[in-house]
Design a binder for this molecule. Structure first.
Ligand code: SAM
Length: 273
């Protein structure tokens, strides 16, 4: 079965990230997400690293744990986890360009990380093969069938394994027009409120669900993101061309205006029963 047959928008998500990989790689240090500004970050790269640490703290990582990165981007968070916490990480992304960039970076690093092109609703891993899993701005933002994704993550986690999700939850309803813009510009699916996410996670076989709101700490990263795109305009142009620059500028504008500054940011932690 091709990836495009699985999640409804998988082909569009893959094409979107294939298109923006060069531009995002030039701007960031391997992470493609908002930043956490509650630990004194002054740049977007620092704030993204701090968000990664919030996620890893939630996962309670121990050296040699086998960890799954669900929607891994170009592998920044996975390499960060492997380097700082001595864990082994496998990541999946829909984008062949991202998987190739992440694999090349992994080979250069010598860290215990590997990446594959796969849909999170049907992953190429045996049952109960991971101690922990995390999903940063991949599932709640991009996947309509969240029940299928949580059920698949539960399948590959060991009993007692931890799941952490850092992502947006609906706080203000979006108009159908804005939902259409978010889908077209960012491949975003309609967000759902945090309490609905909690129910879906519990129905998929997780317990001890805790949800922390990080909205206040994440919102200041909107300004950092927009400033970075403006300040690094020439560099972006050289790496990604006119089309890449226009795509990155438009993505940053829509992403910050419609999500970072408007919606809730949550850190969900749950344990597989
Ligand atoms: C905003 S990027 C975040 C990347 C990474 N988590 C990070 O924080 O740097 C969203 C990622 O989710 C992935 N993604 C979206 N839907 C997916 C799906 N159904 N299966 C696997 N990956 C998916 C995309 O391919 C992309 O890598």
């Amino acid at each position: 079965m091709s990836i495009i047959d699985q999640s409804g928008n998988a082909g569009a998500v893959a094409a979107f990230y294939d298109m923006v990989t060069d531009a995002f790689s030039a701007l960031f240090d391997g992470s493609v997400h908002a930043g956490y500004c509650g630990r004194g970050a002054t740049t977007i790269v620092e704030a993204q690293a701090h968000l990664n640490e919030e996620v890893f703290d939630g996962c309670s990582l121990r050296p040699d744990d086998k960890v799954l990165d669900v929607g891994c981007g170009v592998g920044g968070p996975a390499m960060h986890a492997a380097q700082r916490h001595g864990v082994r990480v496998s990541g999946v992304t829909l984008s062949p360009q991202q998987a190739a960039a992440a694999t090349a970076a992994a080979e250069r690093s010598g860290l215990q990380v590997d990446f594959a092109v796969a849909d999170m609703v049907s992953m190429p891993f045996p049952d109960a093969s991971f101690d922990a899993a995390y999903a940063i701005e991949s599932m709640l933002f991009h996947v309509s069938d969240k029940a299928a994704a949580f059920t698949e993550i539960a399948r590959v986690l060991k009993p007692g394994g931890t799941l952490v999700v850092a992502d947006y939850a609906l706080s203000k309803p979006m108009s159908p027009e804005d939902e259409a813009i978010a889908e077209q510009a960012l491949c975003a699916v309609p967000l759902v409120p945090a309490e609905q996410v909690r129910k879906t996670v519990e129905q998929a076989g997780f317990g001890d669900v805790e949800i922390r709101e990080l909205t206040e700490q994440v919102r200041p990263s909107a300004r950092m993101l927009v400033d970075t795109v403006t300040e690094r305009r020439e560099e972006l142009l050289a790496v990604a061309g006119e089309e890449g620059l226009a795509g990155a500028t438009e993505s940053a504008r829509r992403y910050t205006g419609m999500f970072v500054l408007e919606q809730d940011y949550i850190l969900l932690r749950a344990r597989k029963a």
